[in-house]
Design a protein around this ligand. Sequence first.
Ligand code: COA
Length: 219
Amino acid sequence: MEVVEIHNYPELMDQCCDLINMEWPRNKTARYEQQFRFAVKETDENANKLRTLEMSRDELPTCLVLVLSHEVLGHSKISPIPSIPSGCFIESVVIHPDYRGKGLGKFIMARTEDYVRSRGIQTAYLSTIDKQEFYRKLGYTECEPVQIYGGPVARKLNAELESLNKINKTNDSKEVHLPLASSVSTVTMSPPPPPLPPSPANTAAVVSRSTKVYMKKDL
Ligand SMILES: CC(C)(COP(=O)(O)OP(=O)(O)OC[C@H]1O[C@@H](n2cnc3c(N)ncnc32)[C@H](O)[C@@H]1OP(=O)(O)O)[C@@H](O)C(=O)NCCC(=O)NCCS
C-alpha cells in the first residue's frame, strides 16, 4: 500500500474521479471544482473533475492517492494558501466506503502531512462539517477561518465588502456574516431582507455554512 502523487500515475485518474464522485455527487463535487475556478456545466462535469486532478503537480496543488494493487482506496488534496506561505490547506480527504474504519484515513493523513512537511510547510489547515473528531484524534485543533483564495476575484470581493462596510457604518447597523471566498467574513450592513420560507435546500445551506469548522495542526 502506498500514497502517490496522482500526476505520476495518470492511469489512476478515472478511478480517483469515481471515488470522489461516490462521496460528493454532482452538486458537492461541483463545489470542489469551483475551488479551481472552473465553470461547471452538467455536460462536462466529469471532464472538469479530471481536469482538477490533472492540475496536480509537485509544487502545490497536489492530489495524493492511496493505492493498493492498482486500486485507488483514498484521496487527499493539498492546496497552497496565498496569504499564509508557511501553511497549506488539506481538503477532499476521502477513503473508499468499503475500507473505512481500518486506519486508512489516519494513514493517508500522515502521509499527506509528511508530504507537506518535506516541502517546508509548517502548518496544515483544513475545514470540516462533521469530521472534527477524526481530525482531533490526528492532532488538529479548531482555529479561526482561513481565506484560502488570494486571487484577483477574492481581492476584489474583499475590497467591495470593505467599502460596503464603510458605507453602512453610519446606518442603523446590525452585524451579519457573509460568505467570502471559502472563509467567513464579518461586515456591518443594514438589516437583511426577511428569510426565505424553509425548504430542504435552504436548510441544508444554512446548516452547512454555520457548522463548518476550521482546524489546524503545526507539523
Ligand atoms: C473521514 C474518513 C476519511 C476517515 O477515514 P477512516 O479510514 O474511516 O478513518 P480511520 O479508520 O483511519 O480512523 C482513525 C481514527 O479516527 C476515528 N474516526 C474515524 N472517523 C470518525 C468519525 N466520523 N467520527 C469520530 N471518529 C472517527 C477512528 O475511530 C479512529 O480512531 P482510533 O485511532 O482511536 O482508533 C472517512 O470516513 C471518509 O472518507 N469519510 C467520507 C469523506 C469525508 O467526510 N471526508 C472528510 C471531509 S472533511
